[in-house]
Design a binder for this molecule. Structure first.
Ligand code: XMP
Length: 180
């Protein structure tokens, strides 16, 4: 894997420190309401982030799973976002936090939020580890953001290219010649 990574953008110790901080920020917002929290991860990119984040959360919570599919080119997001398998939990009247790996064009999160809003949760917030400000839509606010990054294609810590590199522990820039 190492030879495919051009450079490390965010090393593992910085990721861990920030994820711990994000858990604190999330705990502060939910406070006494935290017992009712349902976390909805956007699979599969968020799995490593989710696993680390929830272990820093000091309150009871549930994970609701839903599967979406994205038709996209090799390294460009966009394309059609479709709900493949519906949520496993009823979120009516519950506090919901959607967790994704990266906010790029925002198409994915927007679709997920639209799906969930109709089910009348008590509150609905979003959390991403990474955001690309150069591409993220100005009219879509994400409540919890780990890092703002430059517009490069990144892999590792759950993020993939062709389903590979999710197990790379740092966030790295993929060599462009691999997908050019
Ligand atoms: P949108 O454009 O819907 O994109 O906000 C979000 C999804 O696109 C994928 N994506 C990436 N995946 N490195 C990746 O490994 C990247 O730099 C990248 N940019 C977008 C990812 O699946 C994300 O959830």
């Amino acid at each position: 894997m190492k030879q495919d990574i051009e450079r490390i953008l965010i090393p593992r110790d910085r990721i861990q420190a920030r994820v711990r901080e994000m858990a604190r920020e999330i705990s502060e917002v939910y406070g006494d309401d935290s017992q009712g929290l349902i976390i909805v991860p956007v699979l599969a990119g968020s799995i490593i982030f989710l696993a680390d984040l929830i272990r820093f959360l000091p309150f009871k919570m549930k994970i609701g799973l839903m599967t979406i599919s994205r038709y996209r080119g090799a390294t460009t997001s966009g394309g059609e976002v479709r709900l493949v398998q519906d949520l496993t939990l009823d979120i009516h009247g519950r506090h919901v936090l959607v967790v994704d790996d990266i906010l790029d064009t925002g198409k994915t999160l927007r679709m997920v939020v639209e799906q969930l809003r109709g089910r009348q949760p008590a509150s609905l917030r979003t959390c991403v580890l990474l955001r690309k400000p150069a591409r993220a839509p100005k009219d879509f606010a994400v409540e919890f953001v780990g890092f703002d990054i430059e517009d490069v294609f990144v892999v590792g810590y759950g993020l993939d290219y062709g389903d590979h590199y999710r197990n790379w522990p740092d966030i790295g820039v993929l060599r462009p010649e691999l997908y050019a």
